[in-house]
Design a binder for this molecule. Structure first.
Ligand code: AMP
Ligand code: ZN
Length: 117
């Protein structure tokens, strides 16, 4: 069922506390934790507690939770005292998505190039 926890999903396991993570913020609807393979001094993943395969499915099914992720990204940036940050939703394998539970990358603390690779 969309939205229900998936037994084989790493991020559902982090939400449930069955896989450890360096959690930086939690709300009723979201969890934010440091990426295990950071690409910048701040690299935090903000995820919904509910399971959807990507940000587009989440936004279609639960737009309020998608908005919570955008707000939490700003809160993470504020906590790390970032003036600028980049928020990325890799959506689809061609865009680099490897974990099929919606998540925002919040990256900052170094200069960023555009376009991204
Ligand atoms: P994506 O490639 O956009 O699907 O992003 C998945 C991200 O999850 C990658 O940046 C990984 O480094 C990160 N990741 C994978 N396993 C873990 C974990 N156990 N704890 C924290 N981050 C993880
Ligand atoms: Zn999941």
């Amino acid at each position: 069922m969309p939205g229900e926890p998936q037994d084989d999903c790493l991020f559902c396991k982090i939400v449930a506390g069955h896989v450890p993570a360096t959690i930086v913020r939690e709300t009723e609807t979201t969890v934010a934790f440091r990426d295990i393979n950071p690409q910048a001094p701040t690299h935090v993943l903000v995820i919904p507690r509910v399971h959807y395969r990507d940000a587009a499915e989440l936004a279609a099914a639960e737009p309020a939770v998608a908005a919570d992720i955008l707000r939490e990204a700003k809160a993470v940036a504020d906590e790390d005292k970032l003036e600028s940050y980049r928020m990325v939703f890799n959506t689809g394998s061609g865009a680099g998505q490897t974990v099929w539970h919606a998540h925002a990358h919040v990256l900052g603390g170094r200069g960023m190039q555009w376009p991204p690779g």
